[in-house]
Design a protein around this ligand. Structure first.
Ligand SMILES: *[C@@H]1O[C@H](CO)[C@@H](O)[C@H](O)[C@H]1NC(C)=O
Ligand SMILES: *[C@@H]1O[C@H](CO)[C@@H](O)[C@H](O)[C@H]1NC(C)=O
Ligand SMILES: *[C@@H]1O[C@H](CO)[C@@H](O)[C@H](O)[C@H]1NC(C)=O
Length: 344
């Protein structure tokens, strides 16, 4: 009974949704089978959200990618469509991007309910989360062999196939301004998918053209030299390290050029990198303006000096890791510098 009541209330809400009424542009029929009518602990909201599978892969399929789509909070018919991708490789866009970062419902360690996100991106866009490639999150392959044929190329192709089919299911977004955004290893996924779309648009039927306008990547993994230099330049341009230290790192670490490419880091590289990390002792390297807790960690009563939070850099690029580890093999920090890949 309770479920039936919820459905009726929801249908009424749909009938009264802005845009369905006088004058506003007519909306195409929605894939009602994918409509999410409520989640345990979900706060009441004025926008609709949808989730489900889209088959990808040619001839016989056997592969399906999972999506979760949030209409923009207001006037979704006037807002662009944005696809969000987490990285990893292997990170779930639902578990991380949607539930912990930019989605409207956050999962927090306190309380049993979902928490509204004051900074949800569906305030600005229609927000589509995709779990890719198969094997990640709820996305799956029926054939084990498909899980052995993974990589950036397959990820981009399947994500492109997903988008074309998804737009058939949500045709009102077909000509909508379209953006892709992502973080971390999506520094690979995002531009590679954008390129595939750009190339695919050439000579495609009008019906299959995706109106891509741009992409955005944050904390992106591109390549070691670029990523490491980026971290040091960021710290310098935000007054976290001095001009002197910045120059020392660039000079001593030969601007992080790979040794295979002729990079010749000097003896001063490791100490300079440790000094760089030391500058982050009291600062969250992933969010420099966020206050961090400087109180001693629990159990501090057993140690003489209060423990300060060490710079937590959980996905260190390789060269960076090698230098810091080589020079301080026993410290906590060198342990943290090991290749722990944060599945972001
Ligand atoms: C969680 O949601 C339920 C149902 O809406 C509500 O009764 C309860 O008070 C909420 N709990 C918290 C801690 O907000
Ligand atoms: C995978 O196999 C199941 C069970 O046979 C089937 O229901 C499902 O549709 C298949 N998925 C795809 C994407 O082919
Ligand atoms: C590091 O550990 C090794 C082996 O346990 C030990 O011999 C060495 O003295 C330690 N070095 C420092 C700086 O603590």
């Amino acid at each position: 009974m309770a479920v039936a009541a919820v459905v009726v209330v929801l249908m009424l809400a749909l009938a009264m949704a802005p845009g369905a009424a006088s004058g506003a542009p007519r909306r195409s029929p929605r894939p009602e089978a994918d409509l999410v009518t409520g989640l345990p602990g979900q706060p009441a909201v004025g926008f609709r959200h949808y989730a489900g599978y889209v088959d990808v892969g040619s001839g016989g399929g056997g592969k399906a990618l999972f999506y979760w789509f949030f209409e923009a909070e207001r006037e979704p018919e006037k807002k662009p469509l944005l696809l969000w991708l987490n990285g990893g490789p292997g990170c779930s866009s639902v578990a991380y991007g949607a539930a912990q970062e930019l989605g409207p419902f956050l999962v927090r360690s306190y309380g049993a309910n979902l928490t509204r996100n004051a900074y949800a991106w569906n305030k600005a866009v229609n927000l589509l989360f995709l779990e890719a490639p198969v094997g990640v999150g709820f996305s799956y392959a029926n054939r084990t062999a498909d899980l052995r044929r993974l990589g950036d190329r397959v990820t981009a192709q399947d994500s492109y196939g997903f988008l074309l089919s998804w737009l058939d299911r949500f045709p009102e977004f077909k000509s909508r301004d379209f953006y892709i955004a992502g973080e971390s290893y999506a520094g690979h996924y995002v531009p590679q998918l954008a390129e595939l779309i750009y190339d695919g648009n050439k000579g495609a039927n009008r019906d299959r053209v995706i109106n891509i306008k741009g992409f955005m990547i944050g904390n992106a993994v591109l390549n070691d030299a670029t990523d490491q230099l980026g971290m040091v330049e960021y710290a310098w341009s935000h007054a976290i390290i001095s001009d002197e230290l910045y120059s020392a790192v660039r000079r001593e670490c030969d601007s992080f050029k790979e040794e295979a490419d002729g990079g010749r880091p000097g003896k001063g590289c490791s100490p300079a990198l440790r000094a760089f990390l030391g500058a982050y002792d009291d600062i969250d390297i992933y969010s420099i303006y966020t206050p961090t807790c400087l109180l001693p960690a629990t159990g501090a009563g057993t140690s003489a000096a209060p423990r300060r939070p060490a710079a937590r850099l959980v996905a260190a690029p390789r060269l960076f890791s090698e230098h810091v580890r080589a020079s301080s093999p026993n410290t906590t920090r060198s342990h943290e510098f090991d290749h722990k890949i944060r599945l972001g």
